[in-house]
Design a protein around this ligand. Structure first.
Ligand code: ARG
Length: 433
């Protein structure tokens, strides 16, 4: 183990095992977060070469790929493979909290990748305990945020487990990895012909690398998979109607549905209308600025609708205070601090603030833009009789002058003091004379 963390010094570990070999062959188990891509496939073999039995664990968080294929691939590589469908849990326990918090990192990124990491991490820990594994492994590099998120989950939930991050230690370039894969009979997925590194789940798709690393160049159309180019989007707008109850979407276009299905439907319809493309220079936790491209159609629509409803039902001071909590909450998700008492306490506030966020919002989807065009709520604070400039106005305009007199008192006092000469201190003895 390195002195700083739960990270295992895998070189030293393999060496110890080699020495022990022959006497007793105690192979330990490692549970690897397995995506089926090149990195984690190479990692299976690399870990096996270090005398570890690999359990390849894939969590279904709504990534559109054939999970059975992935499982079989892991098995062909000699790993024990398992898949867990966590889509519902992801929607109900993670996405919903982020939505109620209007979570957008740096005001732009709906945190799709970041949000799935603690869910995957939690299940990695469960499986590791069930399998009696000593190690947890992931395919994250040493330059990104995801390594921090996985490592911190393990730290928070299972300090007894050790972490192996092969990509942080093996020192192979992409080309060397492909070479290693070919040498070891590991199939190199066709997707590796693509220059992009992607990550997908219900809440969005992240795209990095290739030409996107030049922030001056517009992302080429081929980088996008979930969204139609706004140029090719339908020439007529599509309206969607989202019903919320206590901040949770519960129906789409009048049909009751669970959150997971609402997200899946919205990804389709909003994606078709070219909505949810995000191009952002992101400040990574590890200090690097990186150019990130996202496709988050459903997240874009739901976040806008949710914010619009809140604007109608929450008072100004609560909205303002909540914006501060939201920024903190977003950063906490980004920074891998999901399993912390701070997150739980902020959740308690957000849940309480969401109690009245019930109502319906209509969003117009048209050629890349999602615009809220209507909202209704039984808890609306909007009062037509107060707001109107037409007949029926009940607002006492004559009272405004008195209100402004008192409201402006500090400003008037400040200005008056500034205009006066500085008074001198008078000593008591002097005054007595
Ligand atoms: N920059 C984003 C984040 O840190 C997305 C990371 C995408 N990960 C990936 N393996 N392509 O959350």
């Amino acid at each position: 183990m390195t002195p700083y963390s739960q990270n295992v010094d895998i070189g030293a570990y393999a060496c110890q095992l080699t020495i022990r070999k022959g006497a007793e062959m105690a192979r330990s188990k490692v549970v690897l977060a397995y995506s089926g891509g090149l990195d984690t496939s190479v990692a299976i073999r690399w870990l096996q070469d270090r005398e570890l039995d690999v359990v390849a664990f894939t969590v279904d968080v709504g990534q559109p790929c054939d999970l059975q294929d992935i499982k079989e691939k892991a098995e062909r590589l000699g790993a024990k493979a398992c898949i867990l469908d966590a889509r519902r849990e992801f929607a109900e326990d993670f996405i919903l909290r982020a939505l109620r918090a209007n979570a957008l990192y740096e005001g732009q990124y709906p945190l799709s990748t970041a949000l799935a990491r603690p869910l995957i991490g939690k299940h990695l820990v469960d499986i590791a305990r069930r399998e009696g594994a000593k190690f947890i492994a992931h395919g994250c590099t040493g330059k990104g945020n995801d390594q921090v998120r996985f490592d911190l989950c393990t730290t928070a939930l299972a300090p007894e487990l050790q972490i192996i991050a092969p990509m942080r230690v093996w020192g192979m370039t992409r080309e060397q990895e492909i070479e290693y894969a070919r040498e070891h009979g590991i199939p190199v997925p066709v997707s590796n012909a693509s220059p992009y590194s992607t990550d997908e789940n219900l809440w969005g798709r992240s795209v990095e690398c290739g030409i996107l690393e030049n922030p001056a160049i517009e992302p080429p159309e081929e980088a996008f998979e979930w969204t139609q180019s706004p140029l090719d989007a339908p020439d007529e707008p599509t309206y969607v109607n989202v019903r919320f109850e206590a901040g949770k979407p519960i129906a789409l276009d009048g049909k009751h549905a669970d959150l997971q299905s609402i997200i899946v439907s919205l990804n389709k319809v909003a994606g078709l209308n070219g909505i949810g493309r995000i191009d952002h220079i992101e400040s990574r936790l590890v200090g690097i600025k990186s150019r990130e491209v996202y496709e988050c159609p459903a997240a874009t629509v739901l976040l806008k609708a949710h914010q619009a409803l809140e604007a109608m039902v929450l008072p100004r001071d609560l909205l303002d205070f909540k914006r501060g909590v939201e920024a903190k909450y977003s950063m906490l998700i980004y920074d891998g601090l999901w399993f912390t008492p701070l997150r739980e306490s902020l959740d308690a506030f957000i849940e309480s603030a969401s109690e009245r966020v019930t109502g319906e919002v209509s969003v117009k989807l048209f050629k890349g833009s999602a615009q809220v065009v209507g909202r209704t709520s039984p808890n609306s604070l909007y009062n037509h009789a107060l707001a109107t400039y037409s007949s029926g106005d009940v607002f006492r305009q004559d009272m405004a002058e008195g209100f402004i007199y008192v409201w402006g008192l500090p400003a008037r006092t400040w200005a008056a003091v500034g205009a006066c000469p500085q008074p001198k201190l008078v000593k008591a003895a002097k005054r007595a004379r």
